[in-house]
Design a protein around this ligand. Structure first.
Ligand code: NAD
Length: 254
């Protein structure tokens, strides 16, 4: 029996096969879950990628900046599943001016977009799914360690710091509903989101050597496994937590 047997999981953020969310959806199905995806932008592309999953799941449109999409999400997901036991937030975006060493010159409008899509959306998604989580469950988000200032990550780093805080407040407010809220802080992975960061090679060059366990920039499975564990019944008393899946880099100085 898989660790997610019988669970109904909403997975956001599938864009390509290299998306972290793709691995989460694939392994969740392999572990017995019924998966529903949300897609952003060209849905036909997401639907095509979804067909490469073991069991092609329904794909529902969700732009986290679109209030109508959020307000109708529970009804639209409810057409496919009677409720949800888990939700995965694997969404991030920042305009180019927010990244790559331009920190002092980024205009507020661009920062606002980064915070809207990458930080506030965690709360917005959780709230939108709440009507479907009457029996409790787990919400998991994808983080990049925001405890320090990194090269080139700039305002996305600020957005992730906000995500970490948002996760703790959600854990506070949703605990009474039996809902656990946790983050997986992954090391750098070669996804579309990562490729859009100018200077991402700085991470690629240094991370594998710094990580006590080593680090494979092309392998989203370790991060996905941690997501699955947090969605499962094996962390029943853990909420507001950040699990680092980075080869151990967060623990090492210098
Ligand atoms: N790749 C890395 O190095 C890395 C490391 C740690 C954390 N993360 C985080 O993992 C998450 C997933 O990113 P990924 O690396 O798999 O890249 P990805 O490009 O495959 O996924 C990013 C997703 O965000 C979605 N998105 C963007 N704007 C949206 C909007 N307005 N509404 C709804 N969805 C929107 C995109 O459609 C895409 O599916 C992000 O939160 C990212 O910050 C990535």
């Amino acid at each position: 029996m898989g660790i997610l047997e019988g669970k109904r999981i909403l997975v956001t953020g599938v864009l390509t096969e290299s998306s972290i969310a793709f691995s989460v959806a694939k392994m969740a199905q392999e572990e017995g879950a019924q998966v529903v995806l949300t897609g952003f932008g060209r849905l036909s592309l997401v639907e095509r990628i979804a067909k490469r999953l073991p069991e092609p799941p329904p794909v529902i449109e969700l732009d986290v900046q679109n209030t109508e999409h959020l307000d109708s999400l529970a009804d639209r997901v409810g057409e496919h599943v009677g409720g949800l036991d888990g939700v995965v937030h694997s969404i991030g975006f920042a305009p180019q001016s927010c990244l790559g060493g331009n920190f002092l010159n980024t205009p507020w409008e661009d920062v606002a977009t980064a915070l809207h899509v990458s930080t506030y959306s965690f709360k917005a998604l959780a709230q939108a799914c709440l009507p479907l989580m009457k029996e409790g469950g787990a919400i998991v988000g994808l983080d990049f360690d925001a405890s320090k200032a990194w090269p080139v990550y700039d305002w996305m780093g600020v957005a992730k710091a906000g995500l970490e805080s948002c996760s703790r407040y959600l854990a506070r407010d949703l605990g009474g509903h039996g809902i656990r809220v946790n983050l997986v802080a992954a090391g750098p992975l070669r996804t579309m989101a990562a490729k859009s960061i100018p200077g991402f090679t700085e991470f690629e060059d240094s991370w594998p050597g710094k990580a006590p366990l080593g680090w494979d920039l092309g392998d989203t499975v370790p991060a996905a496994k941690a997501c699955l564990a947090l969605l499962s019944d094996w962390f029943p008393a853990t909420t507001g937590e950040i699990v680092h899946v980075d080869g151990g880099v967060h623990a090492i100085g210098g």
